[in-house]
Design a protein around this ligand. Structure first.
Ligand code: AHR
Length: 319
């Protein structure tokens, strides 16, 4: 009986110490901004995941500027947070501020994008998709869809210097380099936004015989694809038929476009990057366990047949 009581007390105190630890943790999250539906969902899901674990989450919106992110990180250090999450807008220029976080023993977690630093001990882990694979999956879909037909692709890239834009481009190029009939004829950044995606697509259409020379759009995110769809319609062509549309994210609006026949395929990026990062942080605080350097999320292809179920599943996620 005494043994049982002692065990129960021990288990109780372990559970207590874990929950006290979670509820007393404060995490500062430097978010990029609100350039896309996916980004809005990532922010919303991060709040939900923090609440589930009793973590106090402070979010700072950098409005697409790295300098604002660096200021936010310094402010989190000054506040003495327990950990810092960063969705890095671009991949370079992080070394000095991460050294400062390291000096104060504050672990840094990267969400959805990577960075290049000489010393990778400056961050604990990054939670991202394999962004090269995302590009490959999109490229392979196009290869399988056009078969032997010759296909001129226009590419809407994400933010210049962002790891995801660099990697998605690399993956798509790698896939289409295995065939002779598909090539990229125009490529430019649409900054991951709908408005810029539309503007750039309009210029592509003008330059390519009123769009008649274009067979497909590869957009690094769904928002730019939606902007491109608008531009194609305004040019009197049918998106999804005259010009194929393949993009990345799997946001509800691209599924709505699929249901209208305007879009053809998307590769999913989960908006839940914070959940795995919180779990890695809690386990590190509890046991000192170092998480793997990269926590990789899935990159699944979705087609028009998947649209109704995806829309239903994603309706309350904050997109
Ligand atoms: O880093 C992830 C990318 O950033 C998403 O694909 C895009 O929509 C976002 O803005």
């Amino acid at each position: 009986m005494l043994k049982k009581l002692t065990l129960a007390t021990a288990i109780g105190s372990i559970v207590m110490s874990a929950s006290v630890m979670a509820s007393s943790l404060t995490v500062g999250f430097s978010q990029i901004g609100s350039e896309s539906g996916w980004r809005a969902a990532e922010t919303a899901v991060s709040k939900v995941e923090a609440k589930k674990r009793g973590i106090n989450l402070k979010i700072s919106d950098a409005q697409q500027k790295q300098e604002n992110q660096i200021k936010a990180v310094r402010s989190f250090i000054a506040q003495g947070v327990d950990a810092i999450f960063i969705a890095p807008v671009v991949q370079t220029g992080w070394g000095p501020v991460l050294e400062e976080a390291k000096d104060y023993d504050i672990p840094v977690f990267l969400l959805d994008r990577g960075i290049t630093v000489e010393d990778d001990s400056l961050y604990m882990t990054s939670v991202t998709a394999d962004n090269v694979l995302e590009g490959k999956v999109a490229g392979q879909w196009l290869i399988d869809t056009v078969k032997d037909k010759s296909c001129n692709v226009v590419e809407l890239q994400g933010t210049v210097g962002a790891s995801v834009a660099i990697d998605r481009k690399e993956g798509f190029n790698e896939a289409i380099s295995s065939v002779d009939n598909i090539s990229i004829v125009r490529t430019q950044s649409g900054e991951f936004t709908r408005s810029k995606g539309k503007e750039v697509m309009e210029s592509f259409i003008k330059a390519e015989n009123s769009g008649k020379n274009i067979c497909a759009v590869f957009a690094h995110n769904d928002d730019m694809a939606i902007g491109a769809i608008q531009a194609i319609k305004e040019a009197g062509l049918a998106p999804g038929k005259d010009i194929l549309i393949v993009s990345i994210d799997a946001v509800p609006d691209i599924f709505k476009a699929m249901m209208n026949g305007d879009a053809n395929a998307t590769v999913e990026l989960t908006p839940n990057m914070a959940g795995p990062a919180f779990d890695a942080l809690l386990s590190y605080k509890d046991t000192g366990a170092q998480p793997p350097k990269k926590i990789v999320t899935e990159s699944k292809l979705y087609l028009p047949k998947d649209a109704p179920a995806q829309l239903e599943m994603k309706k309350d996620l904050g997109y």
